[in-house]
Design a protein around this ligand. Structure first.
Ligand SMILES: [Zn+2]
Length: 511
């Protein structure tokens, strides 16, 4: 070629040139292109139907933002090369006649050539692309090509859960094949879940957050709940050991609440008729539970797992534990009436059981254990119990408002220890509250406790601010370490101000 170019006077220059030659990923032999015959699927007609199935909402992609990507791929799709030169896989259903050269395509193995009647047939040695075989999954797993009861019952399935990275490779191909072979979409909903990353944004792997190590350290329930809590649609899950630890505390909280609940149910006689009507806390907690069931159910239907887990978390921690268990103590200790005690026990058992059922999909282990303890039997698993349903008769706006007002009053008194000597006061709307503290609070020992705590926080604060003021630390530490330290200092400052305020008020009272 060089000689020819030079001869004609077309050569400008020659120079050494390094270029990229592909190599076999196993044996590193240079790969040279070779033109060969391959089998292709004419894909446009299949893609057209798979596009319209989504536009017509026969199948829904969740989150819907992925629909645009799907359409983009499907509209620009090119004929699909489906033959592979491998040893394993589904073989291409094509035979060649050794006598007349006819190409025979058949779903059943042919015995003789339909052209010349000859019997020297040879099957194509290529196999199908893995994704071709995978695209048949929704119906081959149900017994296709037989019309099995399973196929009739479960095709199309309700939901496919997968990662967005195989939306095209797998989901789109299943859509096309399902519509072509079964004349119907393979699933109603496709839920594309998030990728899990660590706090720096790196994909989760054994080198940063090893799930097995996390589970050993914080428990399976805490780990699973963290995943649900941070799975906001369309966003990656940012995992960190601190977040998982936070939900380990939640498991502890549930365990402690269970001990208190079960302890108070020890003498509960379920068969006796309830003698007292529901009191305000009963009406309120039932209404709140009903509201929670509604949010959890709706969120699960829409695959908003983080909203569902947040609702159940708030109910257990801030409504059942913080308020209901506390406010029920007088009734449970028999200080109101025997009838009231029994009514409270009944509500407590019902609410606690329903709460466990709602939490079960997120924390399967602790809920199973407590469910069996609650029913004093291991005969029935929580897994096969019916998921809670809302009940309109439990709605009670009036009780909710009344209870919220009561909660506001109680909270206001706690933070407003001022003015008249030996009396705690609070103001809620037009109501001013006075609570005499004589005999309730030992002011002197409370003062000592607060002073001790203040001294400790003051030391923490000083240490933290000294660290942050150190230019060496700022230069060398990773940004997230500095951020953490800054958050810590802010926390100390808040604590310091709160303690200082409380101490000042206490001093005013005790003057
Ligand atoms: Zn033939």
């Amino acid at each position: 070629m060089i000689a020819d170019l030079e001869k004609e006077g077309f050569m400008v220059s020659t120079e050494p040139y390094a270029h990229n030659v592909g190599q076999c990923y196993r044996c590193k032999t240079d790969i040279e292109p070779m033109v060969s015959k391959q089998w292709f699927v004419k894909i446009k007609p299949l893609a057209k139907q798979a596009i319209s199935a989504i536009t017509k909402k026969k199948t829904r992609i969740v989150p819907a933002s992925w629909e645009a990507t799907y359409f983009d791929w499907m509209n620009n799709i090119r004929d699909w090369c489906i033959s592979r030169q491998l040893w394993w896989g589904h073989r291409i259903p094509v035979w060649y006649c050794g006598d007349c050269g006819k190409v025979i395509v058949s779903t059943a193995d042919p015995d003789s050539c339909p052209g010349c009647g000859g019997a020297s047939l040879k099957q194509d040695e290529d196999v199908l692309d893995t994704w071709f075989s995978s695209s048949l999954w929704p119906f081959t797993t149900l017994g296709w090509p037989e019309r099995t009861p399973a196929l009739k019952t479960f095709y199309p399935t309700s939901l496919l859960i997968t990662g967005f990275d195989i939306l095209f490779f797998w989901v789109a191909r299943m859509m096309m094949m399902g519509i072509y072979v079964m004349k119907d979409v393979p699933f109603k909903d496709v839920y594309l879940h998030a990728l899990v990353r660590d706090e720096k944004g790196e994909k989760m792997s054994k080198s940063n957050i090893d799930p097995l190590v996390m589970i050993d350290q914080y428990g399976t329930d805490a780990f699973r709940f963290t995943l649900a809590a941070y799975t906001a649609q369309g966003r990656d899950v940012r995992m960190s050991p601190e977040r998982i630890e936070g939900y380990k505390f939640f498991v502890n909280k549930i365990w402690n609440a269970a001990r208190l609940t079960l302890g108070n149910l020890a003498d509960y006689d379920e068969s006796a008729p309830v003698a007292a009507p529901d009191s305000l806390p009963e009406k309120w907690i039932k209404a709140k539970l009903n509201e929670t069931i509604s949010i959890v159910t709706r969120s699960l239907d829409e695959y908003h797992f983080n909203d569902a887990s947040a609702a159940i978390y708030n109910f257990i921690w801030h409504e059942y534990c913080d308020w209901y268990l506390e406010i029920s103590k007088p009734a449970l200790y028999g200080k109101i009436s025997a009838g009231q005690k029994q009514a409270t026990q009944k509500t407590m058992k019902e609410v606690f059981g329903t709460m466990l059922q709602l939490l079960h999909p997120f924390m399967p282990f602790v809920t199973e254990e407590l469910w069996q303890a609650l029913h004093n039997s291991d005969e029935h698993s929580i897994m096969v119990s019916r998921f809670p349903e809302t009940n309109d008769t439990q709605e009670n706006k009036a009780a909710q408002q009344e209870m919220e007002r009561l909660m506001e009053i109680i909270t206001s008194v706690e933070v407003n220890l001022v003015e008249p000597r030996g009396v705690a006061t609070g103001v809620v709307g037009a109501t001013k509250i006075f609570v005499p503290l004589a005999g309730i609070v030992d002011i002197a020992s409370e003062k000592t406790r607060l002073e001790k705590e203040l001294a400790k926080v003051s030391k923490d604060l000083e240490q933290s601010s000294r660290k942050l003021a150190n230019s060496d630390f700022r230069a060398k530490a990773a940004p997230e370490v500095i951020e953490k330290e800054e958050a810590k200092m802010k926390d100390f400052q808040k604590k310091y101000t709160a303690l200082e305020g409380a101490l000042k008020k206490l001093k005013e009272i005790s003057v």
